[in-house]
Design a protein around this ligand. Sequence first.
Ligand code: ADP
Length: 646
Amino acid sequence: MGSKSEHSIIKLMLILCLVLIPKEVWSESVDKKDILYINSYSPRFEFFDEQLNGIKSVLGDSVELQVEYLDQGNFYGVKNELNFYNLIKYKINNYKTYDAILIGDDPALNFIRKHKEELFKGIPIITFGVNNKTNIEYIKNNDDTYGVEEGISLKKNLDLINKLYKNKNVVAINFKSRENNIDLDNFYKLESYYPDLNFSHISYEEEDTVETIKKKIDKIDENSIILLTYIYSYSSISYNELFELQDYLDAEVDLPKFSTLKHELYFDTIGGYMTSHYEQGKMGAEIAMDIINGNEPTSKLVSYDEVNKYIFNYEHLKKHKIKEKYLPKNSKIINKPETFWSKHKLVIIPAAIIVACLVVTIIIFIINNKKRRMYSEGIFKAKEIAESSIKAQNNFISNISHELRTPVAVIISVIQLLEKQNKDKEFDLTSSIKIIKQNCLRLTRLTNNIIDVAKMDLGFIDMRPVNIEIVSLLEDIVSSIIPYAKSKNINVIFDTEIEELVMSVDPDKIERMMLNLLSNSIKFNKNDGSIITMVKVNDSYLNIEVIDTGIGISKEYMSKIFDKFTQVEDIMIRQNEGSGIGLSLVKYFTEAHGGTISVESELNKGSRFIVRIPMIKQSELSMSYYEKNQNYVVVGAEVEFSDIYA
Ligand code: ADP
C-alpha cells in the first residue's frame, strides 16, 4: 500500500514539473530563425513602436529579431543612405544569414529595390506601410517579395458618417496641396454616393502658412463633421507646424472628428476605419512566419481595406453621444474604462467559488444533520416499540401464570376434596365434576388462544371458507350465550335487517370471533345490563355490531385493545379473567376474511364493536357445502365462556 501511494506521489510530482517548467526551457533547443526589420523612419514616431509591437506579437521569442532604421524623417539624402548601406552591408556580410527581411514603409523598400541583387538575393522580403504605386507594382512583379498595402479607407469612413449623421457638411482635412492630391481626388469621387452629405476640404497650398490654415479652420461651419485624411502623410509642412495645427484643431474645433489613421486617435478624434500600424506589422510578421515555416502565404499583397480596422476612442464616443450599438461589428474600442467585473474578476471568481463551496458544505452539513436526527428519532421510536412490546410480553407471562395457576389450583383442591369424600360413597359428585370440567375448559381456551396467536405471528392461519347462511349462524351463536348472561341477569337481544344471507365465511372462525366479543360484553357488563347483536348490510359488506351497556373503554386504550396481550385493567386489581389475546384474534380472523373491526365506546355507558366482512361467495364448486337453513351447532361456547361461571 505504502509503496503504491509513493509511486502515485512521484508520478504527480513529475507531471507537475512538466506542466510548471517554463516553455522557454524546452524551446531553448529549437533552432531559432533570424529576421532583419528595416524601418523607414525612427522611434521618434509613434507608429514605429506600433509596427514593432505588431511584429513582436507574432514572432514572440521563437525568432531572433534585429531592428534597423533609415531615419528618413531626420536625415534625408544620399549621405544618409550611403551610411545606411554600409551598415546593412556589414551586417549581411558578418552575420550568418537572415531568413526574412521585414520592411516598414516606402523609403526602406526603395532602398531594398536598389540593393536587392547585391545584398538581399534569395531572401524573402515582406513589406508593410507601402502605398507608393511603383513600390506596389514592384511587390506584385517580384518573386520573394510580399506586402501589406497602406491606404485610406475613405468609403468605409464615409459610410460610417452617413450612418451616424444626416444633412451634414463633411470637411476632409489634409496638409498637402489640392493639386495631385490623390486622397482628396478619391474623396470627391465618392461624393455622388452620399446625397445627404455636403463635401468640402481644407488643404495646404503654396501660399498658405500655419496662420492661414488656422483661419480656414476657424471658418468651418457648425454643422460639419471633420474627416482627417492622413494629415501626416506627404504633408507640405514641417512636423512642428503639423503638431501645432493638430493642437489647434483639438482646442478650437469641438465638432465630431473622424480619422483614417490610428495614431490620430490619441488626439481629439472619435475614430473610424483606420490604418493601424500595429495591424500592419502584425500581418507582415504573419506572412514572414508562413514563409519561414515553408507555407505559401494566403496573399502576395494584402490590400489596405483588409488590414485596416474599425477603432474608436471610448471617451470621444461618449462626448459626441455615439452609442456602441451603432458602431460596426468587430469595432475595437480603446480607453474603455474597466467594468467592475473585468477589474475584479480575478478576485470575484475565486471568492464566488469559495462561497459556493461553503454553501454546498453547509447544505451537506444540514442534510447530514437532519438525516442523523431522523435516524436517531427512528432508533428512539424503535426502542420505545421494543420496550412496550417487552412490557406487554411480561404482562402476558404473568397473566398466563395466573390463568394457568387458578384453574389448576381449583382442579387440585376439587380432586383433594373428591379423595376425601370418596370414602363416603353416598356423596354426590356432580358439582365437583362440573368445577373440574369448567377449569379444564378454561385451560383448553387458554392453550387454544396461545396456539392461534403463535400461528398468527407466523402468518399461518388455517382458513376453511364455505358458503353458509350466516344470519342463522349468528343467531345460533348469540342464543348459545344466554345461559352465561343469566349469571349477571343480562338481557341478550339479536336483531337483523335481513332474513337470510348466503356468503362465504369460515364458520369456526366466525364462531370464535363472535364468542370472544360476546364473552367480553358479558365480562365487562354490569348486572342487569343488556347485549344487542345487530346484523346489517352496507355497501356489499355485512356489518355485525355487538353492543353492550358495560363499563366502556377510555379513549386512551381504544386504539390499543386490538394489540396482543393488552388489557385495560391492571393485573393486580383486575375483576375479570382473561389473557389479553381475545380481541387481537378477533381482529386477525376478521382481516383473514378481508374485513375490518372497529370500536366506539364511552366510559361507564358501554361499547359497540363493529365487524365488517365483504359479502363474497365461493365458486360453484364449493356450493355443495351450502345447505340452506343448515343447523350449525355452536360447539365453542362452553370453551369460550369458561371464564364466566354460569
Ligand atoms: P381479555 O382476554 O383480557 O378479555 P381481550 O383481548 O378480549 O382480552 O380484551 C382486551 C381488553 O379490552 C380487556 O381486558 C378489556 O380491558 C377490554 N375490553 C374488551 N371488550 C370490552 C368491552 N366489551 N367492554 C369494556 N372493555 C372491554
